[in-house]
Design a protein around this ligand. Structure first.
Ligand code: HMG
Length: 388
């Protein structure tokens, strides 16, 4: 039985900050960003955009393509939680008019939870083929101003419909996984921004890749040359390049640079101009691959390396299904990216400091241009609106 991704769509915010503006303001050579970390732009969420409005924007086109009453569960992965008890998916449930016979749960482990959701949903559909599960990964990456991480912010959400006989990707059985209790990146409950030991985090990421690769090959018997395209978790695109070089060295691959690039660069195109979207980032990379490789991808095997700081990682593969191109939502992705409004530095700082959300009543100024909006807080209850 084949199970996997039947439909996939992503959303990002309506604004971005160019790394040229960022570099100029900080008095740093822009090539540190363009070349050194491989980022050109970062999507910035305005005060009236959060993970729920981003997730709604990501998922609505999927729901319009199916009967939304058939959704049996929503697994919502995020590390930008909006409530300590109620799951973000329940806010979404009302906003998207999902059926009451549907389960909602929020999943968390840094950037890893989206991959965890995908594996869990796949197992649930294998156990009962009546299940049609929405996996959502949505995050807003935010670091302290003037910290090393500030240049690697971004935001985005990915919605994936997991069913039997999927039209886009069959998830293959067997994966390699790895956990280690490390403090490379974390966000204590009292903070809005993550703390990071940046250079250390890149080392832990690469070690986790090697560990998951060893486990993956033991579990599946597959080798490096069995994989046609590689998707890595992308905090910044240079990290994915370093990951691929590390893997090539580990397996002793003699592949020429142009060949290696063809297997990895298409999955970095969107991330380079969207920035880090934590749990969504790996899947934004997969969408970038699907939308940007012009050759036919039928039956091509794609690998996925998910890394969540702290840390948990997993390496697994999937096979692209014949006819996949008929159900891609490429136009919507490209339109959203192209139509974003560029921020000047001052407005970025205004958005950054945003509003004090820690108040029982709040009306938010209108910046979000999408159909779904976080409009404010009433009696400590978050309010969302949908434009007709
Ligand atoms: P930094 O100290 O700002 O940068 O931090 P740097 O001085 O190390 O420079 C970066 C690169 O640019 C270097 O290249 C420089 O040589 C080069 P490398 O040695 O790495 O090959 N460079 C230049 N190149 C061309 N022209 C120039 C120039 N100047 C310098 N003029 C760091 C970099 C990654 C530490 C920082 O961005 C950071 O702290 N980021 C946040 C943490 C992060 O993204 N970690 C990645 C792994 S952990 C992860 O992926 C999980 C995560 O997504 C969270 C989650 O799981 O939830 C973060």
């Amino acid at each position: 039985m084949k199970v996997g991704i039947d439909l996939i769509h992503f959303a990002t915010s309506d604004y971005f900050l160019g790394m040229d503006t960022f570099a100029q303001e900080k008095g740093i050579d822009v090539n540190k960003y363009y070349v050194g970390i491989g980022q050109e732009k970062m999507s910035i969420a305005p005060p009236d955009e959060d993970i729920v409005s981003l997730a709604a924007k990501a998922v609505e086109p999927i729901l319009q393509a199916i009967d939304r009453n058939e959704i049996t569960a929503v697994l919502f992965a995020t590390e930008t939680g909006i409530d300590q008890s109620k799951s973000a998916g329940v806010f979404l449930h009302k906003l998207l008019n999902l059926p009451s016979r549907c389960r909602m749960i929020e999943l968390k482990h840094a950037c890893y939870a989206g991959a965890a959701g995908l594996q869990m949903a796949t197992a649930m559909v294998k156990a009962n083929t009546k299940e049609k599960i929405l996996v959502i990964a949505a995050d807003i990456a935010k670091y302290d101003q003037n910290s090393s991480g500030e240049a690697t912010q971004g935001c985005g959400a990915v919605g994936m419909l997991i069913t039997e006989n999927p039209r886009i990707l069959e998830i293959e059985a067997g994966s390699g996984y790895f956990t280690d209790d490390v403090m490379d990146f974390w966000r204590p409950n009292h903070r809005n921004t993550a703390l990071v030991d940046g250079k250390y985090s890149t080392k832990v990421y690469l070690n986790s890749l090697k560990q998951t690769w060893d486990h993956f090959t033991e579990q599946t018997g597959r080798v490096f040359d069995d994989i046609d395209y590689f998707c890595y978790h992308i905090p910044f695109t240079k990290m994915a390049e370093k990951a691929h070089q590390t893997l090539m060295r580990k397996v002793g691959s003699k592949l020429e640079k142009a060949h290696a690039d063809a297997k990895t660069l298409p999955s970095q195109i969107y991330n380079r101009i969207v920035g880090n979207s934590y749990s969504a980032s790996l899947f934004v990379g997969f969408i970038s691959l699907l939308d940007n490789v012009k050759d036919q991808l039928d039956n091509k095997r794609v690998s996925f390396f998910s890394y969540g700081s702290g840390c948990v990682a997993e390496f697994f593969t999937g096979v692209i299904q014949p006819g996949y191109e008929k159900v891609l939502m490429t136009e919507s992705h490209q339109q959203q990216i192209d139509e974003r409004e560029e921020l000047d530095y001052q407005t970025y700082v205004q958005f950054y400091y945003q509003t004090d959300y820690a108040q029982p009543n709040l009306t938010l100024e209108h910046f979000n241009k999408g159909a779904f909006r976080f409009s404010g807080i009433e009696d400590d209850k978050r309010q969302y609106s949908k434009q007709a």
